[in-house]
Design a protein around this ligand. Structure first.
Ligand code: NIG
Ligand code: FE
Length: 411
C-alpha cells in the first residue's frame, strides 16, 4: 500500500549517515521545498519535488499536507517519565531561597519521588506514564528513552522497568529503557555505599538482565551521589552483562564524569552544564554523544551547557527533555528546541539535527527513526503553516505541531 503525501511546503531532515552528526556538520539540516513524499507499509519510500517535470508518482492513496512543513518526529533520548506524584512544593521552596541540601533535609528530591513510587502500583504507574506519552506523541515525539531510578530497591526498580517494558510492548513507537538504580543512595545505605553497590551488582543487575528489562545502564555520576570509582564499577558490571552505558555527567560539577563516560565507550553522556577544558576535549573526537538537556538547566536556573565550544571542538550533540518531576517537569520537545537555541545558543538547524537524527543515535535507533531516509519508519511531524524552520525555535511557548504520523498513520 503506497501513500503519496503532497503539497509539503518544506520536507526537512532528509539524510542518512552511519555516524552521528558532529561539529560543523550539525549546522546542515537538509530541506527540500515544495515536496512530496511516498510512504509504503508505514515506512518512508521516496520523495521529490512537485515542480519536477516528471510529475508525481503513482500511489494507492493521496494525502494533502496543505502546506505543512514535514519533519522526522522528535527523538527524546533522555526521560524519567515513569514517576508518581509531583514536586511543585520544591519549586516554591527554591523561590523562597532554600537550597538543594535544605530541600533534601525536608525529605524532598529524588528520595521523595522514590517514596511515591513505592506507594504506587505497577498498573497505576503504567497508566500515568501512558497518559504522559500520549500527550507527548501529540506534541511530536516519535521515540523515547525511559529510565528507572526512583525505585532504589530490587522490587521497585523491577516495577519501574516492567512498566517500561509494558509501554514498549503496547505502543507503536520505539522505546529504549535504562536501568538507573544508581540515581541516589537510598536512606538505608547512606553510610553503606558498599552494601548498595553489592545490591546493584549481585541482585538488581542479574534480575534485570534475566528478564531482559534494560538496554542501558545509567548512573548519576556526581559529587554527593556516585563517585567516579563507584560509577565505573557499576558500568563495567553492566557492560559485562551486555548493557550499553549512558551517564548523568557534569550536571553540578566537572569531576571527570564525561571523561569516564568516553573511556567506557558510553553511547551518551548527558547534562554537561559544568564543563571544563578536559571534558570538552574528551568529547571532541569521541563517538560518545553529548546530550544537552536545556529544560533542566532552565528549570534549575543553572548555566546552559557550552554548546558553541562543544561544536567548535567537533563534538556530536543530541537534545533531550530529561522529563522528570524534580528538574524538568515537561517532556515538550518543542520547548526544548527553543531553549536550546534561545538559551544554549544552538542554531535552529543544529538543534533540529540534535533533536532528531542525533537523538536517534543516542538510543541506538538510527536505523529506524530520526530522519527522512528510505526504509525508516514514517514517524513524522506535520506543522501548521510556518514561514521557515527557524520559526519553530523562535516562536517558543506555542506548539506548531499540527498532526503527527506514527508508522504512516495519523494518530
Ligand atoms: O536528570 N540529576 C539527576 N536526575 C534527574 C533529576 C531527578 C530528580 O530530581 O527527581 C536529572 O536532572
Ligand atoms: Fe536525567
Amino acid at each position: 500500500m503506497k501513500t503519496l503525501v503532497r503539497n509539503i511546503a518544506q520536507l526537512g531532515g532528509i539524510q542518512s549517515h552511519n555516524k552521528a552528526l558532529r561539529g560543523e556538520a550539525m549546522a546542515d539540516f537538509p530541506v527540500l521545498p515544495q515536496a512530496w513524499l511516498v510512504l509504503e507499509n508505514g515506512c518512508i519510500h521516496a520523495w521529490g519535488q512537485e515542480t519536477d517535470p516528471k510529475g508525481l508518482p503513482q500511489a494507492d492513496m493521496v494525502l494533502d499536507a496543505k502546506g505543512a512543513t514535514v519533519l522526522p518526529a522528535w527523538c527524546d533520548s533522555h526521560t524519567h517519565l515513569v514517576f508518581a506524584g509531583s514536586r511543585e512544593n520544591e519549586m516554591v521552596d527554591k523561590i523562597k531561597g532554600l537550597d538543594y541540601a535544605a530541600i533534601a533535609a525536608k525529605g524532598g528530591g529524588i528520595l521523595s519521588t522514590a517514596k511515591a513510587i513505592a506507594q504506587t502500583s505497577e498498573n497505576d504507574l503504567y497508566a500515568q506514564a501512558m497518559a504522559r506519552i500520549e500527550r507527548l506523541v501529540q506534541m511530536g515525539t516519535g521515540a523515547f528513552e525511559i529510565k528507572s531510578g526512583y525505585g532504589l530497591d530490587l522490587e521497585n526498580e523491577l516495577k519501574m522497568l516492567r512498566v517500561i517494558r509494558r509501554l514498549k510492548e503496547s505502543l507503536p513507537i520505539p522505546i529504549r529503557s535504562s536501568f538507573l538504580g544508581a540515581h541516589s543512595y537510598p536512606l538505608a545505605f547512606r553510610q553503606n555505599h558498599e552494601g548498595y553497590l553489592q545490591l546493584i551488582e549481585k541482585e538488581m543487575l542479574p534480575a534485570i538482565v534475566a528478564e531482559g528489562l534494560a538496554d542501558y545502564v545509567d548512573v548519576f555520576c556526581e559529587t554527593g551521589f556516585f563517585s567516579l570509582a563507584e560509577t565505573k564499577r557499576i558500568c563495567v558490571a553492566a557492560q559485562e552483562k551486555g548493557l550499553g552505558v549512558k551517564l548523568h555527567a557534569n550536571q553540578l560539577s566537572a569531576m571527570g564524569a564525561v571523561e569516564l563516560g568516553v573511556a567506557l565507550g558510553a553511547i551518551s553522556v548527558d547534562h554537561l552544564e559544568t564543563m571544563d577544558a578536559a571534558s570538552i576535549n574528551a568529547l571532541a573526537n569521541a563517538d560518545t554523544i553529548g546530550t544537552l538537556l536545556p529544560g533542566a538547566a532552565f528549570f534549575l536556573r543553572q548555566s546552559q551547557p557550552p554548546a558553541r565550544e562543544l561544536l567548535q571542538a567537533g563534538a556530536a550533540l543530541a537534545l533531550a527533555s530529561d522529563f522528570n518531576p524534580g528538574s524538568c517537569p515537561t517532556g515538550n520537545m518543542n520547548l526544548v528546541l527553543a531553549l536550546a537555541c534561545i538559551q544554549a545558543k544552538l542554531l535552529p538547524a543544529e538543534a533540529l539535527n540534535a533533536a532528531t537524527l542525533n537523538g536517534a543515535f543516542a538510543m541506538g535507533l538510527q536505523k529506524e527513526v530520526g530522519s527522512i531516509a528510505v526504509g525508516k519508519k514514517a514517524n513524522l511531524i506535520f506543522t501548521s503553516p510556518i514561514p521557515s524552520l527557524d520559526y519553530l525555535a523562535y516562536a517558543f511557548g506555542d506548539c506548531w505541531v499540527n498532526k503527527v504520523m506514527v508508522n504512516g498513520q495519523f494518530i
